[in-house]
Design a protein around this ligand. Structure first.
Ligand code: 5GP
Ligand code: MN
Length: 343
């Protein structure tokens, strides 16, 4: 593991010497890597005797609520006053699993008003230049994998206990779709083997995350695939769109549509997939691709977003019809890339 240089580890150690109150902050709509990594780091610093809190901007999926120390998470949207007070006392901030501060949404304006040292630990491309220390690698599968290196370089292998290992494994597993993408390098499996040595039950973690859905969620998935998926073979693309009313009719809970966007990629010949989900004041869009097609560039150029090459997201403030229309209209421009022809 050679993603973190000694210089950065030294700098972090300097900060930790006299800074006792740590806040760990992750991105809006946090996923398994965001929550797993944040809780792993929480536990790591707690074990070392620091005062530490984990903040997530908004509600996160129920299938992550089994994670160790889940009850320590403070949700910004429903605890703004408490978090303002925590920020007053904080003297070190860790930002986990995102590359631009915009991704913490409402908390961004609060952070901007402070000059507390900021440390980023992340695996998205092109991190913004707002941090005192940037620990970033796009080679790793996940922030959780990078954190394993961070923790062991900072405090040795014995600083990883079973709870930390469960949190880190969850991050790696969810960010690789259970080792089906972003997971072709030996280091990922080296880290996994070290986590297994800590006594984690990887099958149980899988069941907790993927076999823990409500009946409503399964029926919503069936409905989306049967009635709402459009396939455009000439552009190797498929997409799903779902309105707020439709979500309501399936008793939608946060996280219920997680993973839906991957299903169209299982169709032979499809390399680009999107899902459009109507939220209160915008359309949330997720993109997934297979192979060389840059989903993040597409999200960045057309839908105010970003992410990884094969997994990205963004949003539209237009109507569902317009957002979908814009998406479909753009495909011709990308035909050669989608069909992987040289241009
Ligand atoms: P998801 O589609 O699961 O929400 O996100 C997939 C990937 O895209 C994640 O790595 C996430 O961090 C990134 N992503 C999702 N939404 C946005 C967005 O609005 N802006 C940016 N910059 N990245 C996003
Ligand atoms: Mn991640």
């Amino acid at each position: 593991m050679t993603n973190i240089n000694n210089e950065n580890i030294k700098k972090v150690n300097e900060y930790l010497k006299d800074k006792k109150n740590i806040l760990i902050i992750t991105h809006y709509n946090p996923d398994g890597d965001a929550v797993g990594s944040s809780l792993a780091l929480y536990s790591f610093f707690k074990n070392k005797g620091f005062n530490v809190d984990v903040i997530v901007p908004n509600e996160y999926p129920k299938f992550l609520h089994w994670l160790p120390y889940n009850d320590k998470i403070i949700i910004f949207n429903s605890n703004k006053k408490l978090i303002k007070n925590k920020l007053k006392k904080a003297n070190l901030l860790f930002f986990i699993d995102f590359n631009v501060l915009d991704r913490i949404q409402g908390m961004h304006s609060l952070i901007k008003q402070t000059n507390i040292p900021k440390i980023l630990i992340d695996h998205h491309p092109e991190p913004e230049n707002s941090f005192d220390i940037t620990i970033s690698s796009t080679v790793v599968s996940s922030t959780a994998e990078l954190l394993y290196e961070f923790m062991t370089k900072l405090s040795g292998e014995e600083s990883i206990d079973q709870s930390i290992a469960e949190c880190l494994y969850t991050g790696i597993m969810t960010d690789t779709g259970s080792f089906s993408y972003n997971s072709s390098l030996p280091d990922t499996y080296y880290v996994v083997s070290k986590l297994l040595e800590k006594g984690i039950d990887k099958d149980k973690i899988y069941w907790n995350v993927y076999d823990n859905y409500s009946t409503d969620r399964m029926r919503l998935l069936g409905y989306c695939l049967n009635k709402k998926m459009k396939v455009i073979p000439e552009y190797a693309t498929a997409y799903i769109s779902i309105s707020a009313d439709e979500l309501k009719s399936f008793n939608y809970r946060p996280g219920d549509s997680e993973g839906f966007v991957n299903f169209p990629l299982s169709i032979k010949g499809i390399v680009f997939s999107a899902i459009f989900i109507e939220r209160e004041d915008h359309i949330k869009i997720s993109f997934r691709s297979k192979g060389s097609f840059n989903a993040n560039k597409f999200a960045e150029n057309h839908f105010n977003g970003g992410g990884h090459k094969n997994a990205a997201g963004g949003y539209s403030e237009q109507t569902m019809d317009k957002a979908r229309g814009k998406f479909v209209g753009l495909l011709a421009e990308y035909k050669d890339k989608l069909l992987n022809k040289r241009i």
